[in-house]
Design a protein around this ligand. Structure first.
Ligand code: ATP
Length: 231
């Protein structure tokens, strides 16, 4: 998530309990089953009858329909245009993905999330009106590269391109030192938000608290400063 997605997520209705998912590939199925497990009503659709039946027999969703989403009439008849949020989970069929996204937007769906499989696909989806585009392979690749090069960063939440909140393993250099002694703000320009202890985080830890090697801490700061930490 970044600031450009903020408008989209803020516009989602909190009381919305229904989602439609078009396309039952691996991505679409994972969206369906997660929403279903979380207790939301999901209508799953696919052009492939076998995938529709599998979604029902595996109890991945409550409702599933076979339809060709490039046909506006089929979408209308299935009631897709009545949904507040529709996920177009067709990554490998670019033409079908673009036409479907266009159809769903033209049908008046306020929130359309679409899956892209390339940069160009991403741009095209935006052009035809997708409100939010995800590019899971690209995002997973970036995350893996970051983890491999900085294995001590357990989690990273990018606030914007320059600033992040990171969960990091307390480095050996910090072991046994109090938060006051470490002077993280003066020396590195970062702020400590939390420190882990016995599997839980202590938020705003006491400045006299001593850090222990191997535990985790949560830091906020600009990326340049975070990179200066001995992690
Ligand atoms: P993968 O499964 O490889 O991770 P993915 O999740 O992006 O990729 P795709 O391979 O793009 O999934 O498949 C998406 C699904 O969309 C397929 O099940 C396919 O049958 C379905 N589909 C393709 N064209 C249409 C269409 N016109 N209408 C409805 N469903 C379609």
């Amino acid at each position: 998530m970044n600031l450009s997605s903020l408008g989209f997520f803020r516009s989602l209705r909190k009381d919305n309990h229904q989602f439609a998912v078009i396309g039952l590939g691996r991505f679409g199925r994972s969206v369906c089953s997660t929403l279903h497990k979380l207790g939301y009503e999901v209508l799953a659709t696919d052009i492939d009858e076998k995938r529709v039946s599998a979604a029902l027999t595996e109890q991945m969703v409550g409702h599933a329909l076979q339809l060709d989403s490039t046909e506006p009439a089929a979408l209308k008849e299935a009631g897709i245009f009545e949904f507040d949020t529709v996920i177009v989970a067709i990554g490998n069929y670019i033409q079908e993905s673009i036409i479907t996204t266009l159809n769903v937007k033209e049908g008046g769906v306020p929130h359309v999330v679409a899956k892209a499989s390339s940069e160009v696909h991403h741009k095209l989806l935006k052009r035809v009106g997708a409100d939010h585009v995800v590019f899971p392979e690209f995002e997973a690749g970036c995350a893996l590269a970051r983890t491999l090069t900085k294995p001590s960063i357990l989690e990273r939440f990018e606030l914007d391109p320059d600033n992040s909140i990171v969960e990091v393993i307390v480095p050996d250099e910090f072991h046994g030192k109090t938060i006051t002694e470490l002077q993280l703000r003066n020396r590195y320009g970062v702020n400590l938000l939390a420190v882990s202890q016995d599997g839980k985080f202590q938020i705003n830890p006491n400045p006299t608290k001593r850090l222990e090697r191997g535990s985790a801490m949560v830091i906020i700061g600009c990326n340049k400063d975070i990179n200066r930490l001995p992690i």
